[in-house]
Design a protein around this ligand. Structure first.
Ligand code: GAR
Length: 197
């Protein structure tokens, strides 16, 4: 079963997912990395891992709908069955949501519904909470909203700095996202097999 990862920047989650796929821990094929920024570091990682990468930005299109229609076309051409957002810092619009109903996952570095948005780790750190964490969820039309699949807590100790908290959260992300993707792909596959019977 083929899936795609979408990223906007560093791509450390993309790399963890790609490595888990190469090691056979994810029962699927990472068909393509899509980036909305042509200079995203994730693209360098894809080159090293020999995974096809495509980048174009919404600014290259007249509307968000035409931008997403182009992505949708690309996903269908690549026979992608699941889209995995990994640091893709855009709201998914109706075009992609319609095309991939219940087939788009996202990871967020906080215990949703707390601290959604672009700076979840910093917001949790600055608010002084004693625990934060990681959430993996299905994507809907909102910002970091949609049915939650898995959450894991990360404790924030008094000696933690923003950097040490970030590091702990990323370690959890890199472990649990591949696990959740594996489970979701297995579920899709078993549902499709049951349909055939
Ligand atoms: C990750 O921490 C991810 O959870 C977060 O962006 C980071 C991307 O890092 N996503 C969000 O904040 C979504 N609202 P990466 O590019 O190194 O994988």
């Amino acid at each position: 079963m083929r899936f795609a990862v979408f990223a906007s920047g560093n791509g450390s989650n993309f790399q963890a997912i790609a490595e888990a796929t190469i090691q056979g821990e994810i029962p699927g094929e990472l068909a393509v990395l899509f980036c909305d920024k042509k200079n995203a570091y994730a693209i360098e990682r894809a080159k090293k891992l020999q995974i096809p990468a495509i980048a174009f930005s919404p600014q290259d299109f007249a509307t968000k709908a035409t931008y997403e229609a182009e992505i949708l076309h690309l996903m269908e051409e690549e026979h992608v069955e699941l889209i995995v957002l990994a640091g893709y810092m855009r709201i998914i619009g109706p075009t992609l949501l319609e095309g991939y109903k219940q087939r788009i996952l996202n990871i967020h570095p906080a215990l949703l519904p707390n601290f959604p948005g672009l700076t979840g780790i910093r917001d949790a750190f600055e608010s002084g909470v004693h625990e934060t964490g990681v959430t993996v969820h299905y994507v809907d039309a909102g910002v970091d909203s949609g049915p939650i699949i898995k959450q894991e807590k990360v404790l924030r100790h008094s000696e933690d700095t923003l950097a040490s908290l970030e590091q702990k959260i990323h370690q959890v992300e890199h472990r649990i996202y591949p696990e959740v993707i594996a489970e979701v792909l297995q579920n899709i596959q078993s549902k499709e097999e049951r349909k055939k019977v």
